[in-house]
Design a protein around this ligand. Sequence first.
Ligand SMILES: [Ca+2]
Ligand SMILES: [Ca+2]
Ligand SMILES: [Ca+2]
Length: 125
Amino acid sequence: MFVGKKGLSMRHRRNVPLLAAVTAGALQAMPAVAQPLSPEAFRVMDIDGNGRIDAAEHGVAMGAAFAHADKNADGILEADEASMLSLPAQVDADGDGQVTLDEFLKSARSDFAAADEDGDGVLLP
Ligand SMILES: [Ca+2]
Ligand SMILES: [Ca+2]
Ligand SMILES: [Ca+2]
């Protein structure tokens, strides 16, 4: 039940690396995909099913992904936990090898903004 391919490789696309990696990790399915989100990932994150992902849904999905990866529920993704999500290195803002919820959500927010090309606060499929 884990992503066992050691070499899933460091290939993270630039545009929405966290969003892509997290949704992929949460689904334990496909490797990181850049935007547009895969239909599966989109469906997971579109909680109310209205065909768009708003910031609140994005936050919820990210929080859920974080909790999912945080196996020992200490609010921090240690290296092994973080690796399950294939998180881009820059998520660990202070470079201490651990990703706190704060670091995670901060990245998630900027990721959302990057993905929201027209800045209307929602992501479309
Ligand atoms: Ca929605
Ligand atoms: Ca942890
Ligand atoms: Ca850190």
